[in-house]
Design a protein around this ligand. Structure first.
Ligand SMILES: [Zn+2]
Length: 256
């Protein structure tokens, strides 16, 4: 586990200095959700987007939509993936840029699944600056990164405990939401199955790869004083409340 400074300490002071020194107090230009698979960041990001009426941008969705619509970038990505290669940043960032411009929305963006590397994080800073014209030196306007941290054992139970019904599609979790009868769907009695992706070995591998890629991104936002750490071990409702409290203080500083 990595130790991350929370916003209750020096980070918040940095925000406050920015707010006092500038007449531009618009609030963050973007809220970025970071966290491992299984941390619930998609759910939390969608919730924040609904509450504040900001667009929720899932890069996975944007990517799939470009590929499905066979846009020039989508075709390029599909070609690269068919060769088993990683889609380069310029293609990923290009898709995101087109999507955001297409929204016709000037306010704060909710980003889910992006950035995945420091290069992408730097690109995002430049893109957001050009889009808003607001300098991120003013900490109250800088993108806020919400890191949902969660213990490894808890994550393994969430991911490797998943089972689904091949007949009706209902999902269960052996630890948190078990069926009434072990291994049997409550609805029509079909035998539950585990996706190959959810086997413990595959899950451990996925989490290890995620950690390797995510750590430099987390450190990037930590160094910039923009990281808000949320304890993701609690129930979704408690996590939602903790995020709301942190964001409220970010927006309050922008209003101050
Ligand atoms: Zn079923």
């Amino acid at each position: 586990m990595i130790e991350i400074k929370t916003a209750s300490g020096s980070n918040r002071d940095v925000h406050r200095v920015g707010a006092l020194n500038t007449p531009q107090r618009l609030g963050p230009v973007a809220i970025i959700f970071l966290g491992p698979p299984g941390a619930g960041k998609g759910t939390q990001a969608r919730h924040v987007a609904n509450v504040y009426r900001f667009p929720h941008i899932s890069t996975g969705d944007v990517f799939r939509s470009h590929v499905a619509k066979k846009t020039p970038l989508g075709l390029q990505a599909a070609k690269i993936m068919s060769r088993g290669m990683l889609v380069p940043d310029e293609v990923v960032c290009g898709m995101l840029s087109e999507h955001i411009r297409g929204l016709g929305f000037a306010g704060c963006l909710i980003l889910d699944g992006f950035p995945r590397s420091v290069a992408q994080a730097k690109w995002l800073d430049r893109f957001l600056y050009m889009r808003s014209g607001v300098s991120h030196d003013l900490q109250c306007n800088a993108p806020a990164a919400i890191q949902i941290s969660i213990e490894r054992d808890q994550l393994l139970r969430r991911l490797a405990g998943r089972r689904s019904c091949p007949t009706c599609g209902r999902t269960y979790n052996l630890y948190f939401q078990p069926p009434r009868n072990p291994g049997i769907c409550d609805y029509e009695g079909a035998e539950l199955v585990m996706r190959p992706d959810d086997s413990e070995n595959v899950v451990r591998e996925r989490l290890m790869i995620h950690d390797q890629n995510a750590l430099p991104v987390t450190e990037y936002y930590l160094r910039k004083g923009r990281l808000l750490e949320i304890d993701g071990n609690k129930a979704a409702e408690a996590v939602r409340t903790a995020i709301a409290v942190e964001l409220e203080s970010v927006f309050a500083l922008a209003r101050a």
